[in-house]
Design a binder for this molecule. Structure first.
Ligand SMILES: [Zn+2]
Length: 285
């Protein structure tokens, strides 16, 4: 439980973070290119694209089981999902080229069983090498890995989140359960950037708001790839039946709208959809 004093301090930090937002925009300094000789690692998929490499890193394997869809009639879910569930996972993505190394979401964090840091080490990517971390949203399996041993896991990285996500967790009704979010924000307060729908963030990466899973849930488009965050929790079911919402979707009507809209968009623009809870290689078929 947060004491009143802690809560006040955190609110102040929020304010400080907000004030710093404008000041630190565009301060990313590119570092060394990614080591292309790094060996292939289990739980990692490297895929070359024009102008960048997409590296899918499985932070932790997982399964989608029927309790994910507990609000639907059991017969319906039984007819769609095998009793043992289907393989999913918790993924993070690296967008890397000679200029920049960008991590999209940071997974659970080591204390919660995430192995992102080990996988990065196997790829010869030191934490200092991460220039930016783009956040699809503020759930613990996406921001947990930003902290390590009580401090920032990526000591020089700039953190990017959408304005609506930031506001929802710092001012909205979610603010009551935002202890982990505030710890994350206060550790990165000087390097936090907020973006709006349609903003180009860096290296041709465009942010698209796709609310529903959370108020400011965001997708990131780079070249022929669309990273869709938590738009899918059981992709084979939800591509066939986009109306199905996992119990983690906060606004189900919006989540369905976003799922339909952005699946169509990806089809129209011939983009490969990859997701945070899609079994490796992380691609939505
Ligand atoms: Zn998630």
């Amino acid at each position: 439980m947060m004491t009143k004093r802690t809560s006040c301090r955190l609110s102040l930090l929020t304010l400080v973070a907000l004030l710093l937002l404008g000041a630190c925009k565009g301060r990313i300094q590119p570092k060394m290119p990614l080591d292309s000789t790094a060996v292939n690692t289990e739980g990692v998929v490297r895929e070359p694209h024009e102008g960048f490499e997409l590296i899918t890193i499985q932070d932790k394997p997982s399964r989608a089981t029927r309790d994910l869809f507990a609000s639907y009639p059991a017969e319906l879910i039984d007819s769609l999902l095998p009793a043992e569930g289907i393989a999913t996972g918790i993924n993070c993505f690296l967008i890397a080229n000679d200029h920049i190394t960008v991590l999209v979401d940071a997974g659970l964090g080591s204390e919660a069983g995430g192995v992102l840091l080990e996988k990065l080490a196997a790829l010869h990517v030191r934490p200092e090498k991460i220039d930016a971390v783009l956040l699809t949203h503020f759930h613990p399996d996406h921001i947990g890995g930003l902290l390590h041993n009580g401090g920032p896991a990526f000591p020089t990285a700039h953190i990017y989140a959408s304005v609506p996500e930031f506001e929802a967790w710092t001012q909205g009704e979610l603010a009551a359960r935002n202890e982990q979010v505030m710890a994350m924000l206060s550790n990165y307060a000087e390097r936090l950037h907020l973006f709006m729908d349609g903003d180009t963030l860096m290296d041709h990466i465009v942010a698209h708001l796709a609310p529903g899973h959370t108020p400011g849930h965001t997708l990131f488009e780079r070249g022929d790839v669309l990273i869709v965050g938590d738009m899918f929790h059981a992709a084979p079911l939800q591509t066939a039946c986009p109306e199905l919402c996992a119990r983690y979707d906060m606004d189900t009507a919006q989540a369905v709208q976003s799922r339909v809209k952005w699946t169509q968009y990806a089809r129209q623009h011939q983009l490969t959809i990859v997701g945070m809870h899609v079994a490796l290689p992380g691609v939505v078929q």
